[in-house]
Design a protein around this ligand. Structure first.
Ligand code: SAM
Length: 211
């Protein structure tokens, strides 16, 4: 009898663990553009980065004085992030949390900033993730959600993947009433990949929880 090996589901932890198991660093290590744009002017406090991957944003925040929890559902991703934080000399300001954003519960914890970049749960799941993450924002704190807006660049992907992309306004139903949206827009960004340079849009939602 032949045994068929299915490729791991790209929306589940084994697929990401596999991606993070090689020698090569996947992401640049630089902070994401919309994080820098929106958070540079905020006073440092406590922050949670969900889907932190290799920790580029966590390290940038920690280096600016924030006390940061990096969260991801990939154990290998978190191990890499911890290694990079050590290399950057910010271990005293960071901690790690294994969470699946689709089942996220704040468990009584709250943060001055909750941020997530390019998490993309399948099938429109980011509205529910926005609702869940908003629970972890302290009164007066900020929620920053950034992802890929639908684009021709992604039309070759599966229907589940296409539905994982979102526009900032799609997320508004996930925002509780005590949040004030500050930024709800698609921001163009030039990226270079595989020797090609092209424009994409960052769907960007920034909201503040009222005190
Ligand atoms: C495209 S990477 C982005 C990493 C990082 N935020 C950045 O911008 O460099 C997506 C990350 O989200 C994590 N992730 C995907 N789905 C998740 C989920 N449901 N819960 C927690 N983490 C998730 C993956 O393991 C991966 O590290």
């Amino acid at each position: 009898m032949s045994v068929r090996h299915e490729a791991p589901d790209m929306f589940e932890p084994p697929s990401w663990d596999e991606r993070y198991s090689g020698e090569e660093q996947i992401w640049s290590g630089n902070p994401n553009a919309q994080l820098v744009a929106e958070v540079s002017g905020l006073p440092p406090g406590t922050a949670l980065d969900v889907g932190c991957g290799e920790g580029g944003d966590v390290i940038w925040l920690a280096a600016r004085g924030w006390t940061v929890t990096g969260a991801d559902f990939s154990a290998n991703g978190l191990a890499r992030a911890a290694h990079h934080a050590e290399q950057a000399g910010v271990t005293g300001r960071v901690s790690w949390w294994t969470v699946d954003a689709r089942a996220f519960s704040a468990d009584g914890r709250s943060f001055d900033l909750v941020t997530t970049h390019f998490l993309h749960p399948p099938d429109g799941g980011m509205v529910d993730v926005t609702r869940r993450l908003s629970e972890a924002v302290a009164p007066g704190g900020h929620l920053l959600v950034v992802g890929h807006a639908p684009s021709e660049r992604f039309t070759h992907r599966s229907a589940r993947h296409r539905r994982a992309m979102f526009r900032a306004e799609d997320l508004l139903p996930g925002l509780p009433e005590d949040f004030e949206p500050l930024v709800v827009e698609q921001r163009p960004r030039t990226v270079s990949r595989g020797g090609e340079t092209f424009e994409i849009e960052d769907a960007t939602l920034l909201a503040r929880r009222r005190r």
